[in-house]
Structure formats: structure tokens, C-alpha cells
Design a protein around this ligand. Structure first.
Ligand SMILES: [Zn+2]
Length: 482
């Protein structure tokens, strides 16, 4: 049995329709975690869909209730082959955003996978049922190719609350820290850089949402009688924001700017071109931090966004000075940003600028993560993907968006490799969510190759906590195990 056998079995799973059957069943379970009363369906996805499959493959499975009241349960599964073998942790989420059934195009439903050309439509195809289904099918292909062995140990964690902000995930990972410890996380979520570009990302930017409020008085006052006498909260708020971020998007508060882009990150991004895909907006060449490439601006830097801004009544404006203005703001940030002190940092800045009347309230935030691109696991994964696809994958130090990757990278503590099987035009979280058939097929092959290599000493699996050989530094080429 060879690496090629595993890849052929994974390809067959796609071509025989077996993958579609699995995905069809999974998409049909309406796991809308944002709906009150979704617990039974979330639980059913784990109990009735994933557990029987995994149990048949030799996984010991159990449901772990969420430490957060009312939030969806977790599935923890183990398959142990030997103490001297490397151990991988993988993760997926079984919940999806709401279906919004009525908004899908003619003939499509969120709860039935429908194929139109290359597109496989259905809620959760891209996020995340399709992606974790690819990884499970690839594990099975390797298991079959090795005659019932993987050559490594697997731990799986599925949550059912990701679309609600992963309630309880950090607490669970802290509680099961030893049980979930592994040499590496390999998981799939989010988009490739572009549909035709196999991608590895090593973490994600963080995000923190905050609200700015200017409440100056109780009611509105006629702008003719009072204009020039009363401070306008809309003017104050617009200027306060302008003091934080300039007209070209450059962040003007030192405390919210990241440290300089590390050399290894800069090198990894040197080849990365963002945008230019069909249906994507054109990148604004003169927006964002000066001196950075577009890829550095989105993957290696911070941005302040105005998500919503309101004063007066925009639907029915009147000639009056409104009493109140507010804005919903967001900072997207990379590793090294002091985001946990955002409230005090913004407060100090606004006070120093004379905007003492602007209130700052932090709503919620999630950490940024990034594995050093020079980590030996990164090179190992790059080689594996290149061998499978015949081309160098795109390497992103982190995703521009945000994933709960800090629980793996920081709470449990391991290098994190994400190999996404979706693409930027997938309509994730919107009507007509879909995956692309060719990306599914290639994703199955990539993951079969990656899991094969993990169980192959010759593939130079990096040194690990387990006794499973190896030098920290990657040496030697790949060769097929016979
Ligand atoms: Zn999502």
C-alpha cells in the first residue's frame, strides 16, 4: 500500500458519490445553533451522525455537555495506536448559521445538497460540515490504505456553538487540556486564498468590537435656533473617530498598532497576491497602512473599522441637532497587539484629544494566533501539499478573519495548521452557501496525503512530545512507503 493508494481511495469517495451521500445526511440535520431550542438537533448531529461513523472506525467517542448553560454539546473522540506515535488533534463544528430558507435561489434549499455545475449548494457545505466531512473521509482512506492502521493517534473535538461565538469551548479545552494534548492541530475551516490555490494558514487575526457613544442631552433642538450654540454629537463622534484612524485607514493610536511585521511573516507573504478573483471588489491601492503590500495589510497588520454609525434619524432626517450619536467599531488585529487593554488605550487617547464626552464600551473580543512560519511542522505540511497537488501551496501566517484558534494554540498549546477547503466566493453565512466540486476532490486528496505522511516516518514528521523519533530540524526528502 502506498501514499497513492490513500489518495486514490479518497478520490474514489468523491467520484463514487459516497462523499455526497455523507454530506447530504449531514446537511439535512438543521443544526442552527442561533435558534433557541436547537439543542436536540445539535445533539443529534453528534449522537446519530458522527458518533456511529467514528465508532465504526475504532474511535472511542463521548458527548461532553457544555459548561455554559443552554449551549450545544461537544463530541470528544480518540483513536490511539501507540504511545510512540505522533498525535494529531482535529476540530470541526457541527452547527451552522440560520438557513434563511426563503432567500435561497429558485430550486435551492439550505437543507438539501444540490449540485449546479461545479457548485454544491447547502447550509454548512462550506462552513463547516463539508470541510470536516472531507477530513473524516480522508482519515478513512488512510485507514483503509494501511489495512486498518493510521500510523498515528487521533483526537477529535467537535463543537456545536461556533456560530454563537463558541460558548464554553475555552473552558472545555482548559478542563480537558491533558486529554486533548497533541503534537499538532490539523483542521479545516474558512477559505483558501482563491479557489484554485491550496492554502495553509497558521492562525487567525483576532477581533474586538467596541461601541463609542456621545450622549449630550435629552432631546433634539432646532438647528436654526440652536446651531452654533449646542455641540453636535455627530460632529464630535466623526472627529473622534477621525483622530483614531485617518481618511486612508491608517491607525493613529500607537497602542492599537501592531509591532513591526516579523521577517518570517514578511517572507511568507511576499508571494501572496490578494483579490482579483471573480465577484470580488477591487482592492483600494491607496488605503490602509502605508508601505505595506495588500497581503501584509490584511494578514499582517491591524485595521479599525466603523461597522455602523448613527445620529438623528437617517430614514427621516429633520433640521435639528440630535442629542446622541453612536458607532459600532471593530479592531481586527494580529499577534502582539495589546487588545485586552483596548478600553483604557482608547479612553486615554480620546481624553488626550479632548474627547472626554465620548464613551467607550468594549463588547466582545477574541485573541489572535500565529505559528512561526519557520516552525518545522509548517515546512512538513507544505511539502506534503506540494507533493499531492504538484504546486506550492499558499502559506498564510494567519487568516484575515477570526477563528477560535487560541484554544488550541494557547489554552492547550500546540502548533496549528489549517487547511481550508472553501473559497472566498462561497457565500458562507448567506443564502446560496456552497462548496466547489473540484476543491472538494482536491481537498480529499490533500488531506489523504497529509494524514498518510503523518503516519510515515520517512515523511519527516517533526519532533514531538512523543518518543516518535525525530530531529527538530527537517532533513531528508520524501519517499513513498512501500
Ligand atoms: Zn461560520
Amino acid at each position: 500500500m502506498t501514499r497513492d493508494t490513500a489518495i486514490q481511495l479518497a478520490t474514489h469517495c468523491y467520484e463514487s458519490g459516497a462523499f455526497l451521500d455523507d454530506l447530504q445526511r449531514r446537511v439535512a440535520v438543521r443544526t442552527e445553533s442561533q435558534e433557541a431550542g436547537s439543542y436536540a438537533l445539535l445533539r443529534a448531529y453528534l449522537d446519530e451522525e458522527l458518533m456511529p461513523t467514528l465508532a465504526a472506525w475504532g474511535f472511542a467517542c463521548r458527548i461532553v455537555e457544555n459548561p455554559v448553560d443552554g449551549a450545544g454539546p461537544f463530541l470528544v473522540a480518540h483513536r490511539h495506536e501507540g504511545d510512540d506515535l505522533p498525535t494529531v488533534l482535529s476540530y470541526g463544528h457541527g452547527d451552522v448559521v440560520r438557513g434563511y430558507d426563503a432567500q435561497w435561489s429558485e430550486g435551492l434549499s439550505p437543507w438539501r445538497v444540490a449540485l449546479r455545475g461545479e457548485r454544491w449548494y447547502g447550509r454548512g457545505t462550506a462552513d463547516n460540515k463539508g470541510q470536516h466531512s472531507i477530513n473524516l473521509a480522508a482519515l478513512k482512506a488512510v485507514l483503509d490504505a494501511r489495512g486498518g492502521r493510521l500510523g498515528f493517534n487521533v483526537k477529535l473535538l467537535f463543537e456545536t456553538g461556533e456560530e454563537r461565538g463558541s460558548p464554553g469551548l475555552a473552558a472545555l479545552c482548559a478542563q480537558l487540556r491533558d486529554e486533548l494534548a497533541a503534537d499538532v492541530l490539523i483542521a479545516s475551516d474558512g477559505p483558501r486564498l482563491a479557489a484554485g490555490r491550496p492554502t495553509i494558514f497558521l492562525g487567525s487575526r483576532g477581533s474586538i468590537n467596541f461601541r463609542l457613544d456621545v450622549k449630550l442631552r435629552d432631546g433634539a433642538h432646532h438647528s436654526g435656533n440652536w446651531g452654533g450654540l449646542l455641540r453636535n454629537p455627530g460632529v464630535v463622534l466623526a472627529n473622534a473617530i477621525a483622530s483614531m484612524v485617518d481618511a486612508n485607514g491608517r491607525i493613529a493610536i500607537d497602542g492599537l498598532r501592531p509591532p513591526p511585521v516579523p521577517d518570517a511573516v514578511r517572507r511568507a507573504l511576499a508571494e501572496v497576491v490578494v483579490g482579483g478573483n471573480p465577484d470580488e471588489p477591487a482592492v483600494d491601492a491607496d488605503y490602509g497602512e502605508p508601505g505595506l503590500t495588500p497581503a501584509e495589510r490584511v494578514f499582517a497588520w491591524n485595521t479599525i473599522e466603523v461597522l455602523a454609525f448613527r445620529t438623528g434619524n437617517p430614514e427621516k432626517p429633520v433640521n435639528a441637532i440630535p442629542p446622541h450619536a453612536f458607532a459600532h467599531m471593530q479592531l481586527r488585529f494580529v499577534v502582539g497587539t495589546d487588545w485586552q487593554n483596548l478600553q483604557q488605550i482608547v479612553r486615554r487617547h480620546l481624553d488626550a484629544q479632548g474627547y472626554t464626552m465620548v464613551e467607550v464600551e468594549v463588547e466582545r473580543g477574541m485573541s489572535a494566533t500565529r505559528v512561526d512560519p519557520d516552525n518545522p511542522w509548517v515546512e512538513w505540511a507544505r511539502r506534503s501539499l506540494a507533493q499531492t497537488t504538484g504546486a506550492q501551496p499558499v502559506l498564510l501566517p494567519n487568516l484575515g478573519g477570526t477563528l477560535p484558534n487560541d484554544v488550541f494554540a494557547d489554552v492547550i498549546g500546540m502548533p496549528t495548521l489549517w487547511v481550508p477547503h472553501s473559497y472566498p466566493g462561497c457565500s458562507q453565512h448567506a443564502p446560496d452557501e456552497h462548496m466547489l466540486g473540484p476543491v472538494i476532490r482536491e481537498g480529499l486528496q490533500i488531506m489523504a496525503g497529509l494524514f498518510w505522511d503523518l503516519g510515515t516516518r520517512e515523511a519527516g514528521v517533526p519532533g514531538s512530545n512523543s518518543a516518535f523519533h525525530l530531529p527538530r530540524k527537517f532533513t531528508g526528502g520524501l519517499r513513498h512507503e512501500q
